[in-house]
Ligand binder design. Structure first.
Ligand code: LLP
Length: 446
């Protein structure tokens, strides 16, 4: 489902609420999420799993890192989701949002002992162990608590996910996981450690995968290991195939083609058909990415000989993806005059709708106010803009607010969750005093 719809008055809406009303009430920049879109994305996974007859033995563990707002976590908790966490902080968030610790898997290459203790105390489902060293320290920590830690090994299957190098994790050269060749040896070692209990196996090869084939290839390699382990008497109860399903960021002719959950999961589930193990998934982006946008206001227009700049009130500290990965996000006006020609995309979204509100249509660099040339949100966007216009930066629900910072001492944006005609303030805009509340100057004198 598409997040936004243009109404008869030219207003862009999320569910039943106009973005201009949200800006009026909560200010900008503001992240806007839709409960219905979150729910639909989760349902997409559940429906695909049901269609393949594996829903009963499958658990979708939302990757918290994509968007850790409590309101979002709570929506998924209510839907029965599990959670994939990578820190003690994420564990605390899941618990605060009403998530079930018995459905939590803990990934990450560098878990600290205090994080291990917290997760053991909470009673999580499984630790995804990423190194020999972690096996030893987890064994020791569990022993101190008189517990046995449930584990799976995150195995690196050496499969190229064919995505951006910064978000590829499944190649030999990555810091992630245990080399495929070492997996059997490490499982034997884990079996012999008294405070560990082997539950499963895990792999995650990368993010924003538009082609499901590499994930299916990784699963095939993982299954070979599961069978080799079984032959040695090490029976696994679950297989975790990680996250990674890509989403569509760019609509229109130049845009990428992204699979839906059914298309993405079909080859994977074909590989996993007929198994008795439980199946775990760790999707992040595909559950939240297209369920959120970043609403921003044009502060300043600078028209030049070479370039036209629209300086907006959101910046790379709010949405780092363009600066960090050269990522594309569609940017559309929140209001267009009703008599303007409306180019509505095939999906019914207003994505290809050109900006027609204020001024004359021009090619703009959409940039933030931060003192870096890398502070851009979009290059070469054809929009008719006037100062004060509102713009929606689409597909910003995943790795948007989650990767935000206070660079340039900019308060983080507000976040709202739209639910029908209601707008729930999911996070208040930060106040400047909060940004330095933890700091102190030297005592005086001397
Ligand atoms: N599981 C593990 C172990 C992961 O490392 C990740 C993402 C996921 C699951 C969720 O993957 P997803 O379904 O979201 O693709 N900041 C980057 C993406 C980093 C992904 C890191 N790991 C971006 O904005 O594109």
């Amino acid at each position: 489902m598409s997040l936004t719809k243009r109404d008869a008055n030219g207003q862009l809406r999320v569910e039943d609420v106009a973005l201009s009303d949200i800006a009026r009430q909560f200010g900008t920049p503001c992240y806007v999420y839709s409960r219905a879109a979150l729910t639909a994305a989760f349902a997409g996974y559940q429906q695909a799993l049901t269609a393949h007859g594996v829903a009963e033995r499958a658990l979708v563990c939302y990757a918290v890192k994509a968007n850790a707002n409590l309101a979002i976590l709570n929506v998924f908790a209510r839907l029965g989701a599990g959670f994939d966490i990578v820190s003690g902080g994420e564990l605390a968030r899941v618990l605060a949002a009403g998530g079930n610790p018995a459905k939590v898997v803990f990934s990450g290459v560098g878990k600290s002992r205090s994080e291990m203790r917290a997760a053991l105390a909470a009673g999580i489902l499984c630790f995804n162990v990423e190194s020999a060293s972690e096996l030893d320290s987890l064994n020791e920590v569990a022993g101190q608590l008189g517990q046995r830690a449930p584990i799976s090994l995150r195995v690196n299957p050496n499969v190229d996910p064919k995505t951006h190098p910064y978000i590829s994790t499944g190649l030999k050269t990555a810091k992630f996981g245990i080399p495929y060749e070492d997996a059997l040896t490490l499982y034997r070692r884990a079996r012999d450690l008294p405070h560990l209990e082997i539950h499963g196996i895990d792999c995650h090869i990368g993010s924003q995968l538009l082609d499901p084939a590499p994930a299916a290839e990784a699963a095939t390699k993982i299954l070979a290991l599961v069978d080799a382990l079984a032959a040695e008497g090490i029976a696994l109860s679950h297989i975790d195939v990680g996250g990674g399903m890509g989403i569509r960021y760019r609509h229109g002719e130049d845009g990428e083609v992204a699979p839906n959950a059914a298309e993405y999961l079909a080859p994977l589930l074909a590989v996993l058909a007929g198994r008795r193990e439980k199946l775990l998934f760790e999707p992040g982006r595909s559950l939240v990415g297209n369920a959120g946008l970043l609403l921003t206001r044009v502060e300043v227009l600078k028209h030049g000989e070479e370039k036209n700049f629209a300086v907006v009130d959101a910046a790379m500290n709010d949405l780092a993806r363009p600066a960090l990965y050269d990522a594309w996000h569609d940017i559309v006006p929140a209001s267009v005059p009703v008599d303007a020609p409306q180019k509505v995309g095939a999906s019914g979204t207003a994505v290809s709708n050109p900006g027609e509100l204020g001024g004359v249509r021009k090619r703009y660099e959409i940039v933030g106010p931060i003192c870096e040339s890398g502070d851009f949100l979009g290059h070469d966007r054809d929009l008719a803009l006037a100062e004060g216009d509102l713009l929606a930066i689409l597909s910003a629900g995943a790795y948007g607010m989650a990767m935000s910072s206070n660079y340039n001492t900019r308060p983080r944006a507000a976040e709202v969750l739209v639910d029908g005609a209601n707008v729930h303030l999911a996070r208040r805009r930060e106040e400047i005093a909060q940004l330095f509340a933890l700091e102190s100057v030297l005592p005086i004198p001397p």
